[in-house]
Design a protein around this ligand. Sequence first.
Ligand SMILES: C[S@@+](CC[C@H](N)C(=O)[O-])C[C@H]1O[C@@H](n2cnc3c(N)ncnc32)[C@H](O)[C@@H]1O
Length: 215
Amino acid sequence: MTYITPEPIVEYLAGLAPLPHPHLAIVAAEGSADGLPIVHPASGALLHALARAMGARRVLEIGTAIGYSTLWLATALPSDALLITMERDSARADRARAHLTAAAVADRVTMMVGDASRSLHKVAGPFDLIFQDGDKAQYEPMLDRLIELLRPGGVLATDNVLWSGEVVPGFVDPPARNPADTAAIRAYNARLARDERLFTTFLPVGDGVAVAVKR
Ligand SMILES: C[S@@+](CC[C@H](N)C(=O)[O-])C[C@H]1O[C@@H](n2cnc3c(N)ncnc32)[C@H](O)[C@@H]1O
């Protein structure tokens, strides 16, 4: 995956601070060896900082994969907090569970295996922080439910809002991504930016992270 920030800058920033948990490096290496689309470490660090700054105690994540972003979030929470994470691929969910157990943070994580568009109707809010990193075509259809589940002042963070720059017409030529996903992210970004229930800022971190605060 292409990222927006030049590689030497990314490497300089990554070298400044140690990881908050040693198991993060193990999951990142596994994700990269398997070619899985896990968050950029800088985006993981942003999620961790947001959760800590907010004193988050109830967090929801859509798209667990093997638990990399889950681990960034879980390590920012106290052990009696609740992090619900949703993943439709049961083999990935099993791997995530194993990583969270190995990192000794499984106590605060509940995994829901299945289609998040259904699971979202089985959970009750309010959540302090929601991380959207599931199917890009589902970003917009899920938005109303996610806003409903957030507390006032809560944050919806969304990954891949820059889509390697492909949301900007002509920036990547020829485009490498599925055009339907690119169009879906563009439409989602436009909707987030205009939604009066939220204040949204789009950060060029990793593959682009939108941070939307519920008014
Ligand atoms: C980009 S990956 C998530 C990466 C993970 N957040 C991380 O950074 O470590 C997206 C994941 O969402 C899952 N997914 C996609 N659509 C979903 C849906 N409707 N319900 C639940 N999971 C879904 C995929 O199986 C995939 O594992």
